[in-house]
Write a protein that binds this ligand. Structure first.
Ligand code: PNS
Length: 159
């Protein structure tokens, strides 16, 4: 079985993430979407909430499973019989960091990284921008799944 992982913070999942996940799902037997638990960033949504939102947002894609992980992604890959990491590349600004990370992961553990070039519709999109714009009244309805929009609106209203 060809199993790959899409790792990330997913705080929250956007339509850009879903584009990469669904395209990876066409090319592989199983895609595990793994939420990174011990990020330095202060999240808006808990890991449980992010897993729930991802589960709902990917429910129509049959070969996608949601999980969570701590520590190194390469260790998660080895423990879960995952042959490659799939990442989206939005612009050249992503490239340097992603290339370095991919080379390190291959050097350390022989784990490959496959890149999907982001759909230009979402090339500018990030979870951080979605949160920033939503916080100040921006309309992000076309950029995230409906359930994320609902939760985001509710969370931001809590202050
Ligand atoms: O959505 P993000 O925050 O850009 O995702 C970043 C993520 C989780 C993919 C990246 O930080 C990662 O792979 N972290 C796992 C830990 C790891 O293997 N780090 C390697 C350098 S210490």
């Amino acid at each position: 079985m060809r199993r790959v992982v899409c790792p990330g913070s997913f705080d929250p999942v956007t339509n850009g993430h879903l584009d990469v996940i669904s395209r990876a799902a066409v090319l592989h037997d199983e895609v595990v979407v793994a939420v990174f638990r011990n990020s330095n960033k202060t999240p808006l949504f808990s890991v449980d909430e992010r897993v729930e939102l991802l589960t709902e947002a990917t429910s129509k894609i049959g070969n996608v499973r949601i999980d969570r992980f701590d520590g190194l992604i390469v260790d998660y890959c080895k423990a879960n019989d995952i042959s490659a990491i799939v990442k989206g590349l939005r612009a050249v600004t992503d490239f340097d960091y992603e290339m370095q990370m991919a080379q390190m992961n291959y050097n350390q553990a022989g784990v490959e990284t496959l890149f999907v070039i982001t759909n230009p519709l979402y090339a500018f999109l990030s979870s951080s921008l979605v949160k920033d714009f939503a916080k100040f009244g921006g309309d992000v309805s076309g950029l995230v799944p409906a359930i994320v929009l609902d939760r985001l609106t509710a969370r931001l209203a809590e202050g």
